[in-house]
Design a protein. Structure first.
Length: 358
């Protein structure tokens, strides 16, 4: 049984949306939002700043309200970290507010990744005996679940209580199998059910926007699967059972291709990748004796960003510019977080720079 089919919910309700999708209005708003993304020239400047200077800098940008709101509770790197999380949640919630009809529906389905992220975070927190405050600090309420709802979940004493509260959600069919020890398997299955839901939304629709949405998602799956493959191969893992970590539905990298690569050693894996459609993206940073995967993962992320931007120019009045903005915004947040965390840990500037995706 195919992985996506395994979690198919079989309800046509997911494929329907209400109202007219005014793409012209929504994409115009999104273009205005994207114009405020930090230019790449900003990052070298940030690298020369202290954490306090970075705080003052972002307080003069789109992050002002977030910094001001949290300045009484946090300071230094913690303040920036929480401000970034808040800004991401507010920004993506705004996308739902300014959109309607099919675009609102598709954006909402994409943002369910944050609902899953938060469920994982809460369960991981309970598993590690983290405090409620520590769990709340890691949440990003950018999906359909409100911060209040997530806070209530995080305050539960046991994982059983948490799962019981989620009984009426689409994730319960997976969560009910959690026994307190198999968290990794549950997290993987939540990822699979997320992508299954996205493909169910697309379904057999002949709508141009749903097809564009599907293409965007499928390329993301390729990047995710290829990154996972690299990590497995670099760790010397050749176990066919690791296919359970792969997500079905990629654009150019099919499961049959991954199955062929899975048993190979790292050197043989690299050799076979020369036939892969994404080889040109990573060829100059890949070798059998490479020490780190940072450059490979950075190249794949950059390719994803460039492809989304290019695709967005081809289809300017569609779902694509919105997906492109979401990807670009998330990357900005990640870059800022990398710089601040690196400085807080006193990492060498070169170490920080090589992790940035610009």
């Amino acid at each position: 049984m195919q992985l996506l089919q395994k979690f198919k919910r079989g309800s046509s309700k997911r494929t329907k949306s209400k109202g007219h999708a005014n793409y012209a209005y929504t994409t115009a708003r999104v273009r205005a939002m994207k114009s405020k993304i930090l230019p790449k020239e900003t990052y070298p400047r940030l690298m020369n700043m202290s954490i306090d200077e970075i705080t003052r800098f972002i307080e003069e940008s789109e992050y002002k309200e977030d910094v001001d709101e949290l300045a009484r509770q946090y300071e230094g790197a913690d303040l920036i970290e929480h401000a970034l999380n808040r800004n991401l949640a507010v920004t993506f919630t705004k996308l739902l507010t300014i959109s309607e009809g099919d675009v609102n529906f598709l954006v909402g389905e994409k943002l369910k990744q944050y609902d899953i992220w938060n469920i994982k975070t809460i369960l991981r927190g309970k598993y590690c005996n983290a405090s409620t405050e520590e769990i709340l600090d890691a949440l990003v309420a950018a999906g359909r679940f409100s911060y209040t709802y997530l806070s209530d979940l995080a305050a539960k004493a046991t994982y059983e209580e948490i799962i019981s509260e989620l009984a009426n959600t689409e994730y319960y069919s997976i969560l009910k199998n959690y026994d307190g020890t198999n968290l990794s398997d549950i997290e993987n299955q939540l990822d699979i059910i997320y992508y299954a839901g996205l493909f169910e939304v697309v379904g057999e629709s002949k709508s141009k926007d749903r097809k564009l949405f599907a293409r965007f998602i499928r390329m993301g799956i390729d990047m995710k699967n290829l990154t996972t493959l690299f990590r497995l191969k670099k760790s010397g893992i050749t176990d066919p059972d690791m296919m359970g970590l792969m997500v079905e539905g990629g654009l150019k990298l099919k499961l049959k291709d991954i199955e062929r690569l899975m048993p190979l050693s790292f050197a043989d894996f690299i050799s076979e990748l020369e036939k892969n459609p994404y080889w040109d993206v990573i060829s100059d940073v890949v070798s059998p004796d490479m020490v780190s995967l940072i450059d490979v993962e950075s190249r794949l992320k950059k390719h994803r960003l460039k492809s989304a931007a290019s695709f967005s120019h081809v289809y300017p009045i569609s779902i694509v510019p919105i997906m492109d903005y979401m990807l670009t915004k998330k990357n900005e947040i990640n870059n800022l977080r990398i710089i601040v965390r690196g400085k807080a840990a006193n990492l060498d500037d070169e170490v920080i720079k090589e992790q940035l995706v610009i």
